[in-house]
Write a protein that binds this ligand. Sequence first.
Ligand code: ADE
Ligand code: ZN
Length: 383
Amino acid sequence: MDDGLRKFIEGMPKIELHLHIEGAMEPEMLMKLAERNGIELPYKDLEELKAAYKRGSAYKDLQEFLDLYYQGMNVLRKEEDFYDLTKAYLTKIASQNVTHTEIFFDPQGHTERGVAFETAINGITRALDEAKTEGLDVEVAGRTENRKVTSKLIMSFLRHMTEKEGFETLEQARPHMDKIDGFGLDSSENGHPPTKFERLYATLKGEYPDKRLMAHAGEEGPASYVWEAIDTLKIDRIDHGNHSLDDSALVERLAHDGTGLTVCPLSNLKLSHTLDMDTKQKMVSLKEHRLKDMLAANLKATVNSDDPAYFDGYMNENFIAIAEALDLTKEDITKLARNAIEVSFLSPEEKIQKNEELDTYIERDRLSSQYVKQDTGHQRFFA
Ligand code: ADE
Ligand code: ZN
């Protein structure tokens, strides 16, 4: 890739809208927490654990990844563990010029193991609050900089569990609603359509009208699951949504409504995303990704990392990989960044401020590309 474009992506102020905090568990962090909590792992060393994470290869499907992901969560026992995990993720994205993130957590993945709801949420929110107020110390170009990151917290329901269990989890969440900005639906998609949670989502919408609703849909499941998410669950944003492109009426509807799609390129590659539901053809290269088709269809597509520790990349790696594979231009990249601002859950005033920040960055980039490096090593302005 052109070095200029890589630097443009790296320096661009970015917003992340699809991130599972449990999916930011790097193998090193997993080992550290296992040791701290006296948990024996089924891996003899870090190398073996990294092999389980399929570094440099792919999972067979979503379920193969989820089995590893739920097993990895088992090292999260105390509030401090959730705090350390969240702080490590925030520090990493701050170093990548991500200024705002909207993160999921899976309370049922913890309460099922006997870890209290408040243990998880208190650890996560302590790190989120510190990043907003005190900021994070980030190593940039050999020196330490303090950077602030703002965030929203989205509580996700596991769709492989029953709706009744979802309602029970909602009861546990009630005392913590001041920390929760929205609700999501994740885990094994096929066989667990959005309609399974129709009553739960109706309750959420009725009782918490100020909180946002979203659902993973069209990741492994068909376009009909995306229809259900918008018409039955009445979501504000779709997570993934790749299979929306299989249905032209759905594409028209999503474009008309301006519904955000939180696309996760490296996740799709690493989970062997099914490109064609009939032939079952699997994605083997990001060159096959349909992100450009989404932009061409006027869909509010965005770029996100999903589970960065398990999918080999945070925001910069996702942007760089997809830009390289699809030959994206600076205009495409800034469009993706603007879409993220637009479909984020920031206030209208905050969105204006984020767009201005991006305008300043683009203008500075435009001016600096009018300079050419001369033999002397000095820069010259090309009027
Ligand atoms: N939970 C964590 N990552 C997920 C994904 N990519 N799809 C569904 N559920 C998830
Ligand atoms: Zn996800």
